[in-house]
Design a protein around this ligand. Structure first.
Ligand SMILES: NC(=O)c1ccc[n+]([C@@H]2O[C@H](COP(=O)([O-])OP(=O)(O)OC[C@H]3O[C@@H](n4cnc5c(N)ncnc54)[C@H](O)[C@@H]3O)[C@@H](O)[C@H]2O)c1
Length: 443
């Protein structure tokens, strides 16, 4: 069956969906309409469709999204806008009788979360949260091993995520640097990680304590002498040899999407990461208690020399360890890697992800063993984006034993860890998730 799709939010991430519909899934998904507050970016998407030989899609002002959904007889709305605006489009689409696929985080606050859950209950339509990390073959294998009980009942999880000074810095160059837009990194970024743990443990968060700071970027870094004193890199002589500067003009993709569209909305994609005005943290520690009793210690660092993560599960029969190295260092002069993956980056954007993992099981009284995972690739979040698109666009059907597809309840469950963490950052006290929102038992 050919379903009619519209996309709101014609920025970087939306291109992954557009390419998927134009190429692999053209027989199942027809993109009929595009919306954004910036018509120049919508026009660049129309050119992209043309270059891919795909049928044209109509262009809309995002304020007219309800009219767009009706006029274009849309079945599914893809939401790839700035996080702060997700809830408004999700609810509008559900009310219009559409299903929704939304980028993470599902929204950035409790009110938005409640509005989405209410709208799903009222309309009976479906929301899928695009938690692509679930579809990384290594993460799927972890879920399988834990479900098979290889390390028994889980007592605790120790999880560290490192963002390097190229990708991590990117959250300090643009809209994410304002917590109102992104919810901060506990919401914007860690929603992926909290979702993985909820899914791996098949459990829900009960209580959260968080402590964090802006340690490296912003004025703190400026005091250490990192600041070159410019506001945005484009056109600034001081940025010429700054390893933290993003050079929009060097990449055809960045130039089209941002530089040539900024006259419309003043969106500067290349701000100085040490300039004032940042309201998010770059170094965060979180302690989570889960309903069935497991504890997690989690740490996110956004200014690391290498990018990757380590997660360990301590169980009643042993221990499972995963280490993934995505980039082992950042070369100066290559600051422009886009954070999405999905398609191989253009030469000026970045080198491909390096992609190296070590997954091991350590049973009691026996030697440890390594687990090999076929299908892990170097691109698109370990191969996850392509695999997720296969499910989203219906190319894989039937029951999924791993339960990878994430609903609005999964979106809420991971979001609530971040939101409770943010509340804890404000109050200095642990926060019961149920004080923010009562998740149903079956979530
Ligand atoms: N799952 C992943 O791996 C992944 C990776 C990157 C981004 N994302 C998510 O994708 C979304 C977009 O991120 P991006 O990197 O493409 O950002 P971006 O800045 O490149 O694009 C955001 C787009 O939203 C538009 N926009 C802003 N306000 C709007 C409004 N009120 N109404 C309609 N459109 C509006 C902007 O004009 C822009 O075109 C975010 O939610 C982000 O979390 C997910």
């Amino acid at each position: 069956m050919l379903r009619r799709y519209a996309l709101v939010g014609t920025g970087d991430r939306g291109q992954m969906y557009v390419r998927a519909m134009a190429e692999q899934f053209a027989d199942r998904a027809r993109l009929v309409a595009l919306a954004d507050i910036n018509p120049a970016r919508v026009a660049s998407y129309q050119r992209l469709l043309e270059s891919l030989g795909a049928p044209a899609a109509s262009a809309w002002d995002a304020r007219e999204v309800t009219a767009m959904l009706a006029k274009e007889r849309v079945d599914v709305l893809l939401v790839t806008t700035v996080d702060r605006t997700h809830a408004e489009y999700i609810v509008a689409a559900l009310e219009a009788g559409c299903d929704v696929v939304t980028e993470k985080p599902m929204t950035v606050d409790v009110a938005g979360c409640e509005q989405i859950l209410d709208a799903v209950a009222r309309t009976g339509r479906h929301v899928t949260v695009a938690f692509n990390y679930r579809y990384n073959p290594v993460h799927e294998r972890v879920r399988q091993l834990l479900a098979d009980g290889v390390v028994g009942e889980i007592g605790s999880v120790h999880f560290e995520w490192l963002l390097d000074v190229r990708h991590g810095a990117d959250y300090f160059r643009r809209w994410h640097r304002d917590k109102q837009n992104s919810g901060g990194l506990l919401v914007h970024k860690a929603t992926h990680h909290f979702d993985l743990v909820n899914w791996w443990l098949d459990d829900l968060p009960a209580r959260v304590y968080a402590s964090g700071q802006l340690f490296f970027y912003g004025e703190a870094g400026a005091k250490r002498g990192y600041d070159r004193g410019y506001r945005r890199a484009h056109g600034a002589a001081e940025a010429a040899d700054d390893p933290f500067a993003l050079r929009l003009a060097d990449s055809p993709k960045l130039r089209q999407l941002y530089l040539e569209a900024e006259h419309v909305d003043g969106y500067h994609r290349d701000q100085n990461v040490f300039a004032p005005g940042i309201t998010i943290e770059d170094d965060l520690a979180v302690l989570v208690h889960y309903r069935r009793g497991a504890r997690m210690t989690y740490h996110l660092t956004a200014y690391s020399p290498w990018e990757g993560y380590r997660v360990m599960f301590n169980g009643s029969h042993g221990r499972l360890e995963l280490e993934v190295v995505e980039n082992d260092y950042v070369r100066p002069g290559e600051p422009g890697r886009l954070p999405t993956g999905g398609t191989p980056p253009a030469a000026a954007d970045a080198p491909p992800e390096q992609g190296r993992y070590r997954l091991s099981v350590h049973p009691f009284w026996r030697p440890p063993y390594q687990v090999e995972v076929p299908g892990y690739t170097r691109e698109g979040h370990g191969g996850a984006d392509v695999r997720m698109a296969e499910v989203l666009f219906g190319a894989v059907s039937g029951p999924d034993p791993l339960g990878r597809s994430a609903t609005e309840l999964d979106g809420a469950a991971s979001l609530l860890v971040g939101l409770a963490g943010n509340r804890s950052l404000e109050t200095g006290a642990p926060v019961a998730v149920s004080d923010l929102l009562d998740l149903p038992e079956g979530a």
